[in-house]
Write a protein of this length. Structure first.
Length: 106
């Protein structure tokens, strides 16, 4: 139970980052320690990035539900691989769609 609570708190933190992105005046960063660069439409970019973070956080929490089960081991594989694939998918969506649509230098 405690493991899921910690897992869910991390997911909620990611959701809060997504909600903060909706209201940001400057372009929000996606990659750690990297400049965002010039953005054509800051409001649209922040909305798209915020939505991406929010959906990531919700799916992250849902992937942690096996932590509540009695027999955790088989379901933990779903959690582990699910988070890996989810993270790769989020990076792909950001790079292929959001970055191409909103960055001026692309």
């Amino acid at each position: 139970m405690a493991g899921f609570v910690i897992w869910a708190l991390v997911g909620v933190l990611i959701i809060v980052l997504g909600i903060r992105a909706f209201f940001a005046k400057k372009p929000v960063g996606f990659w750690a320690n990297a400049e965002t660069g010039k953005v054509n439409d800051v409001k649209g970019y922040n909305r798209a990035t915020g939505t991406l973070f929010t959906v990531y956080g919700i799916v992250f929490i849902l992937l942690g539900l096996p932590l509540l089960a009695e027999q955790k081991m088989p379901l933990m594989l779903l959690t582990a691989f699910g988070v890996v694939f989810e993270t790769i998918a989020v990076m792909a969506v950001y790079t292929l769609f959001i970055e191409k649509k909103y960055h001026a230098d692309m």
